[in-house]
Design a protein around this ligand. Structure first.
Ligand SMILES: Cc1cn([C@H]2C[C@H](O)[C@@H](COP(=O)(O)OP(=O)(O)O[C@H]3O[C@H](C)C(=O)[C@H](O)[C@H]3O)O2)c(=O)[nH]c1=O
Length: 186
């Protein structure tokens, strides 16, 4: 019996993974990752890297980041403390949902994670103070292969829930998309 519910989204291959905690009088246990049970959701590679971020203030935005081939990566984003509005943008060349975005609320309470395929950009906005995230990556961090998109790029028109409280200088200066951007060829 799987310890996850795999939920489709409007963007093909982008999945919500809902953990099913096993509780008892002491509390609960929940799997964050299980290769056998998540291969049906599209995670078919070893975990290459696991990151953690702590974001102090509500309204902070991190992202939108992606890695280009050959270091294109899947990510499994889990929120272990607080609540975030997690965004994935389809950058796959020739995808029927190219440049479309989808967002999910992830929190320590709803046990929801977002499984983001290769070829997507990822970012989030915190909805509470003190948000702790766990990122599973299917490829190592390669700065030379990393790309970024400005979270308030008018081409995407992402409907962020809050005004941007804080954003890194780097994230606020990513290049804006233009009609010449054809996407990532995987
Ligand atoms: C990703 C990464 C970063 N770093 C270094 C690079 C910088 O010196 C510092 C902070 O990196 P950055 O500002 O890129 O971190 P975020 O803006 O929080 O990016 C994170 O949040 C967005 C939403 C994501 O999707 C990224 O995958 C994730 O890295 O950590 C490392 O040393 N190793 C790593 O694996």
């Amino acid at each position: 019996m799987s310890q996850f519910s795999i939920i489709d989204t409007p963007l093909f291959d982008l999945k919500v993974i809902e953990r099913k905690p096993i509780g008892d009088s002491r509390g609960h246990l929940a799997r964050i990752f299980c290769a056998d049970q998540l291969k049906d959701a599209g995670w078919k590679k070893p975990i290459a890297q696991i990151n953690q971020t702590m974001t102090k203030s509500r309204g902070t935005v991190r992202g939108l980041h992606f890695q280009n081939p050959p270091y294109a990566e899947m990510k499994l984003i889990s929120c272990l403390q607080g609540e975030i509005w997690d965004v994935a943008v389809d950058l796959r060349k020739n995808s029927p949902t190219f440049l479309q975005w989808h967002a999910e609320r992830l929190s320590s309470e709803n046990y929801r994670a977002l499984l983001i395929p290769e070829g997507f950009a990822h970012g989030f906005q915190t909805l509470t103070d003190d948000c702790e995230l766990l990122y599973l990556h299917s490829a190592p961090y390669k700065p030379a292969a990393e790309g970024g998109i400005r979270p308030n790029d008018p081409h995407l028109a992402i409907d962020w829930p809050l005004d941007f409280y804080e954003i890194s200088a780097r994230d606020s200066e990513h290049p804006l998309l233009n009609d010449l951007f054809e996407g990532i060829e995987l």
